[in-house]
Design a protein around this ligand. Structure first.
Ligand SMILES: C[S@@+](CC[C@H](N)C(=O)[O-])C[C@H]1O[C@@H](n2cnc3c(N)ncnc32)[C@H](O)[C@@H]1O
Length: 229
């Protein structure tokens, strides 16, 4: 497998600052080996179908998997040439993509127009700056290229959101404790309330919105596809 590339622009901080420091990927350092299995259990086996629905709307060619982690999406990228980017070398170390780059979405170490598509699954609520990342994605996409995002949020309906908030505040710490990573899963629960709903977050971006939809139980998962004009 190709070696990890650490571009000069990516400055990593200590992995020991894990609960506060998310954008260097350190929250995911300790759970890297268990991440895929836990994700599959928590999504009741649907996580790949949610990725696939977005990937089906992306062009062929060169694709950047932003926050690609362990490479869970690799089996559904088809014949695309994949570059996986993630700040966590531990997550990337498990990724089978041909090219793996240790960096963050807010500072992409690539030239303009270098990708036909950018994909990002379950990453946006971990970003330090959604705005900065979208600007970077717009820069590296070619005109007509697309960004596809799968993310987790709260359900739109207030009652459903309250039920979901209560449920996740009980289930995620329990799963985290069983997995030996309680702090990480408490963080993951809190991060669900960090961002505005996707309908608001993707209303005005440097990219044109093609489609946005809700999926999963109570609609707590969203998919969005944006295009560079
Ligand atoms: C929940 S995992 C998702 C991994 C993978 N995309 C998937 O579908 O399974 C979130 C990933 O986002 C990465 N991440 C955290 N902050 C990031 C940032 N600022 N830029 C890019 N990736 C980031 C983490 O290291 C982690 O691998």
């Amino acid at each position: 497998m190709a070696r990890l590339w650490f571009p000069r622009r990516c400055v990593r901080t200590s992995a020991s600052t894990r609960s506060a420091d998310v954008s260097n990927g350190s929250v995911f350092t300790d759970i890297a080996a268990k991440y895929d299995r836990i994700n599959r259990i928590l999504s009741l086996g649907r996580d790949q179908a949610w990725r696939q629905r977005v990937i089906d709307m992306l062009p062929e060619g060169r694709l950047l998997d932003l926050g690609g982690g362990t490479g869970a999406a690799n089996p559904v990228f088809g014949g695309r040439s994949v570059v996986a980017l993630d700040p966590s070398p531990e997550m990337l170390g498990l990724n089978s993509a041909g090219r793996r780059v240790v960096a963050i979405g807010e500072g992409l170490p690539f030239t303009e127009h270098s990708f036909d598509a950018v994909f990002s699954a379950y990453v946006f609520r971990n970003l330090d700056s959604v705005e900065g990342t979208l600007e970077e994605v717009a820069r590296v996409l070619r005109p007509g290229g697309r960004l596809g995002v799968v993310g987790l949020s709260r359900p739109r309906n207030r009652v459903a959101a309250a039920i979901h908030r209560t449920g996740s505040s009980i289930v995620l710490p329990v799963v985290g404790t069983l997995a030996g990573a309680r702090d990480e899963y408490v963080y993951l629960n809190r991060s669900l309330d960090k961002l505005p709903p996707p309908e608001q977050m993707f209303a005005a971006t440097p990219l044109r919105r093609v489609s946005l939809w809700r999926m999963g139980p109570l609609g707590f998962v969203y998919g969005v596809v944006l295009e560079k004009v």
